[in-house]
Design a protein. Structure first.
Length: 570
């Protein structure tokens, strides 16, 4: 099975879980469409029986019956709309977790991280269209031949006129679909690009304002918006032309049916009641076609969303559930590891070998771009190694369930940010029910407990992603507490002291030494000598490989000697 078919198959499987609801909708649609004949039949009886007999009792009885039948039709039509809304909700519920996990997984790819994720929006589009009038009109399509057959009962010419009209409308719908379908992806792509740029500008507003970039960003955004509007206008113009033509043609058909009926009445081949009833039935026969055309753009959007979602799921198959392994010993083994950015075939590092035992603290140094951060991302499982293996305890990283591995690892990245939530929730890694005692323990271990108590609501102070009054150093210390939450066996720190003052640096050193005392392992990447004060060994990266490793003082001495030698040679 191709990947694309696999993705669509996954959607179909989720859809099939609630197909029983659709069965009820089809059942209710049978009665709703049969009850649509109440009006024409009532009209036929009024013209041909009531007016001819002059019986008021017959008129009252028939009217009461018609009122009851219309009330029943209203109830059934409302019920099928509610059922389809719940079908859409169940479909979304069945896919929500899977799609959100895919969005998170795809966000690891650098080329997709900053792009707005449409998958969750696509799922919303699919859910909303299932309860829309356009989708219910599709369910009424099978009844078009039934109503046209009713016209044949009145007179063959009326039936053939109905068939001709339906064919013309269907042809218009098919041509409209063919001509406008290709414009939907272009319109969605242009809209996504403009939204993506707006979001990037919002997140980097300080850079935009400080560098006076508004004059460049706004014209770029306007150009993207105008491109999207051009695609939208072209689509709307084309679709609108078809809708206007369809509406005018349907009204013409009803007038033509009335004219044909009047001619047949004059020829004594039809009654006046049948003439009126035939016009009404034709309108009902053509209604699903016209409703579908009026909802064509949302239906096309839902179709595009279905295909896009299927492609995304196909590209990101679900991960197999892994056997839950016991908490690993604080030992790390890195053998012949090659590192590449996710989605790239270019290796940044190769043949990286080292190991760590309980209590080891290793520093990673090297020039900018030497692969320090890339190596650390590999060690915490964010980037899978291109070659070789990384083991935490006895098992490779890929043998651990990602959610379980995260509980054994503490990670402090270079760029610190938080989720929208309280300080306590962020330290607890957004746990639904944070362990308050563990939150405070982690904060004290990061020497940030007293700082947090000075905040307006202490641990309950609300933080927002990218928006906080905390200084860079304060954010880094709270992020260190987050890394220490859960008492990890392995702590990874990427430039942890880049924004720390003297007190913050002292707190960091104390936290690292506490990990050492507890028999844990720590690996630190730093450009600053102060950040290497607690390390035992150093790994020097350069030219895509490990150029040296050994005791800290020995490596630092060799590096200083090399720098001095180069200075004299220069």
């Amino acid at each position: 099975m191709s990947l694309k078919k696999h993705g669509i198959g996954e959607l179909a499987k989720a859809r099939s879980q609630s197909l029983g609801l659709v069965g009820w909708v089809f059942l209710f649609s049978i009665f709703v469409n049969l009850l649509m004949l109440v009006g024409p039949i009532f009209m036929l009886q009024v013209y041909d029986r009531v007016l001819a007999s002059g019986s008021e009792a017959t008129l009252v009885a028939m009217f009461a019956l018609v009122a009851a039948l219309y009330a029943l039709m209203s109830l059934l039509d409302f019920a099928r709309g509610r059922i389809m809304a719940r079908f859409g909700a169940r479909l979304q519920e069945a896919l929500d977790t899977r799609v959100f996990e895919v969005v998170l997984k795809r966000s690891i790819l650098p080329q997709e991280r900053s792009a707005p994720q449409r998958a969750l929006h696509d799922l919303e589009v699919i859910r909303s269209i299932l309860a829309s009038p356009g989708f219910l009109a599709i369910l009424d399509f099978p009844w078009v031949p039934v109503f046209i057959a009713a016209l044949f009962i009145f007179h063959p010419l009326m039936g053939w006129l109905g068939i001709a009209g339906a064919i013309v409308l269907i042809v218009l719908a098919v041509v409209n679909q063919f001509l406008t379908r290709k414009k939907i992806p272009d319109m969605q792509t242009a809209s996504a690009r403009s939204h993506g740029l707006a979001e990037e500008a919002r997140r980097h507003i300080e850079i935009v304002r400080a560098h006076g970039m508004s004059g460049q960003i706004v014209p770029r955004w306007n150009e993207m918006r105008e491109t999207g509007q051009d695609f939208a206008m072209a689509h709307n113009d084309l679709s609108g032309a078809f809708q206007a033509s369809t509406k005018a043609f349907r009204l013409f058909l009803q007038s033509a049916m009335l004219a044909l009926g009047a001619w047949l009445v004059l020829q004594a081949e039809l009654t006046a009641g049948a003439m009126i009833a035939g016009s009404i039935i034709l309108g009902r026969a053509l209604a699903p076609i016209e409703q579908s055309l009026s909802q064509l753009m949302p239906l096309q959007g839902a179709g595009a969303a279905w295909r896009s979602l299927g492609d995304l799921l196909a590209k990101t198959p679900p991960e197999e559930k892994k056997t839950e392994l016991p908490r690993p010993e604080p030992r790390l083994s890195v053998k012949s590891v090659a590192v590449s950015p996710v989605g790239s075939a270019t290796a940044i590092l190769s043949q990286v070998d080292f190991s760590m035992e309980p209590g080891d603290i290793i520093g990673v140094v090297g020039p900018s771009g030497s692969g320090k951060s890339s190596l650390l991302r590999t060690l915490v499982g964010v980037w899978p190694p291109r070659a070789g293996e990384v083991r935490l305890g006895p098992a490779r990283l890929d043998q651990y369930d990602p959610s379980m591995l995260g509980g054994y690892v503490g990670y402090l990245p270079q760029e610190v940010d938080f989720f929208s939530g309280s300080v306590a929730e962020n330290i607890a890694r957004m746990a639904v029910e944070p362990d308050e005692a563990e939150v405070i323990r982690a904060a004290k271990a990061a020497c940030v407990h007293e700082l947090i108590l000075t905040l307006p609501q202490g641990y309950d102070t609300i933080m927002k992603s990218g928006e906080t009054d905390l200084s860079a150093g304060q954010k880094q210390r709270i992020a260190l507490a987050r890394a220490l939450y859960g008492d990890p066996a392995f702590l990874v720190l990427d430039e942890p002291n880049s924004a720390l003052d003297a007190d913050g640096q002292q707190a960091l050193t104390e936290a690292i030494l506490k990990m050492k005392t507890d028999g844990k392992i720590v690996i630190i990447s730093s450009h600053h000598p102060a950040g290497l004060a607690a390390v035992d060994r150093l790994i020097v990266l350069g030219n895509g490989t490990v150029v040296a490793q050994g005791p800290r003082d020995q490596i630092l001495k060799s590096m200083i000697a090399a720098i001095e030698k180069n200075r004299k040679a220069g």
